[in-house]
Design a protein. Structure first.
Lengths: 113, 110
């Protein structure tokens, strides 16, 4: 069964550094998403991406965040200047259009020191 | 502010019994509803999706939707220890994002 893949599984970074989290969505999906889950808390929506542009973003997704689909398969989340509070699990998800279920990758655990 | 509310639990259910998980949502125009299961340290895994009022059954799982009451539930029959997890209710409204509830922790007692 096709799946969403994320790399790396764990990223450790110094505060203030830039990080790029990578995702390969399911190949025939057209909608792509990033979510964040701080330890012990709920899954929080960050951004949705469709047709090479952001279609929706939350208040969490401020100017330090950006997303990109650099080629036909990858979907990336960049955090420009990381803060301690960015430490969380970041999940990528993809779906077909029409309010279809989102399928999640295994996540990247981001630890900011 | 669109909200999805769930009882955080833990909900303890004896093995073999029916587990009943509930969820309410605030956005009346919500169109699609999902139940995800999340084991500790893992990603959410889709269990059920439901789009219209009534019941939808898939194996041991039944999702129930009542749009008038803005209520969605998940029943797990013949509960197994492997069902012990956090169950996330998720609601997709008119825009391209899903709002998750905080999840209900389910503990199946052997």
């Amino acid at each position: 069964e096709p799946e969403v893949t994320q790399t790396p599984s764990h990223q450790v970074t110094q505060m203030g550094q830039e990080v790029i989290l990578r995702c390969v969505p399911i190949s025939n999906h057209l909608y792509f998403y990033w979510y964040r889950q701080i330890l012990g808390q709920k899954v929080e929506f960050l951004v949705s991406f469709y047709n090479n542009e952001i279609s929706e973003k939350s208040e969490i997704f401020d100017d330090q965040f950006s997303v990109e689909r650099p080629d036909g398969s990858n979907f990336t989340l960049k955090i420009r200047s990381t803060k301690l509070e960015d430490s969380a699990m970041y999940f990528c998800a993809s779906s077909e259009p029409g309010w279809q279920p989102q399928h999640f990758g295994d996540g990247t655990r981001l630890s900011i020191l | 502010q669109k909200e999805v509310e769930q009882n955080s639990g833990p909900l303890s259910v004896p093995e073999g019994a029916i587990a009943s998980l509930n969820c309410t949502y605030s956005d009346r125009v919500s169109q699609s509803f999902f139940w995800y299961r999340q084991y500790s340290g893992k990603s959410p895994e889709l269990i059920m999706s439901i789009y219209s009022n009534g019941d939808k059954e898939d194996g041991r799982f039944t999702a129930q939707l009542n749009k008038a009451s803005q209520y969605v539930s998940l029943l797990i029959r013949d509960s197994q220890p492997s069902d012990s997890a956090t169950y996330l209710c998720a609601v997709n409204g008119r825009d391209d994002k899903i709002i998750f509830g905080k999840g209900t922790r389910l503990h199946i007692l052997p």
